[in-house]
Ligand binder design. Sequence first.
Ligand code: ADP
Ligand code: MG
Length: 458
Amino acid sequence: MKPFWDEMLNQLKGEVDESEFNFWLEPLACLRSDQSRIVVEVPSKFFRDKLEPRYLKRFKELLADLTGRDITLEFEVRKREDTPTPRPRKQEVSEDEGTARRAEKPKAKKHTHNPGLRPEFSFDHFVIGENDFAYNAALGVAGDPGTRYNPFMIYGGVGLGKTHLMQAIGNHICQLHPDLTVLCVSANTFLTDYVNAMKSSHSQQFAQKYRNVDVLLLDDIHELQRGKETQEELFHTFKALHDKHKQMVFTCDRPPTELKDFNERLQTRFTAGLTVDLQIPSWETRLAILLKKMESKALKIDLEVLEMVARNVTTNVRDLEAALNQITAYAELTRKPITLEVAQENLKKIFAGIIAPNVTIETVQRVIADYYNLSTNDLKGKKRNQAIVFPRQVAMYLIRELTEYSTTEVGIEFGGRDHTTVMHACQKVEEKLRTDPGFDPVIQNLIRSIKDYGKRSL
Ligand code: ADP
Ligand code: MG
């Protein structure tokens, strides 16, 4: 039965997060078994009490699938005297270390072979757009790890491609230098590993995992805020790797100087190499990303539909991808070609949760008036000086972009203006977007404020 238990764990690996797996499942060793029973060792009673409601049902289902039998599972709490030092993580167990229980976990040095990288997160699949600086710097790091730009820090908002770019570095290094050991983990895994190592006084295994690599890629270090001890440990890991000229890459959701409750020495170290930030993509880049993502799909979607998605999903690339997946899923399920009409009809379904909640004409007017230091009456009124005309045009444009009101309806809400005035306003703003590269970020900011405002009033 032991091989079935191992195979089951293997399958669960694909179902749960890496940190979840490392914490709950990796410590589970099969102690003994017979034809209908498996006895599994757990580190503590507490662990068992938490594990059972979480996993028992799934364990039984998977084991029944694998063995074709109903298997009884027993969890035995590890006895202290029996294992003076708790069982190390399985990839670090050496062959001659002892019991049959340990020997049945054969995967040595998992991370050298499977450094936690997703092959699709490559440089080739990354659309450069406005992130040419970050992209070229990342390429530089990947081409010559550990020499320049160490550490390399990538920061930016959610869904802007931090993980993708970081993993592209790892994939590139693995290809160019198969002899180098690359380890890519989330900061959460680092934290869980550290906590487990402390709990089991197995700090050596921990150090071995993190300090014996040539390249360490650590994702989302903001997750370590408030974890003082883990930060301290990361500081030592950092020093050890840096002294040996090993490349480190970090990602963070904000400039590292803005991390709260963070070890200052570490913060200084983070920015001692090269720091790049990722920008929100412009609409051309958004369209280019959609076209890139379509390359790997068998399905065809009209360009005008992709343009509409690129126009409507302005938050980040993850949302953009989610919208595209909705559309392709819709096309596959209904077996209908997605025309612009179909896409528009299903806009609400396709963009569920992506398009701003509750964006009203009034919200847009209020946000724009605030931004340009005007009153909403100014926007709706008759005055025609440029200081008011342009903000009014922006407001009309954004309403057309973010809501489904017709030009006629929008005109009515701006002091009864004609729909052609609204169309003209949209053209003016689009023209400015095309000719003034500094204007797109302003629009993106306004869109974000409007959406935030919409969320507040939900
Ligand atoms: P983050 O780590 O910043 O939250 P991710 O790297 O996970 O974001 O990116 C979210 C999704 O968007 C991923 O599927 C990624 O491939 C895609 N993505 C982000 N930026 C780009 C880009 N410039 N080109 C192509 N795909 C991108
Ligand atoms: Mg990420």
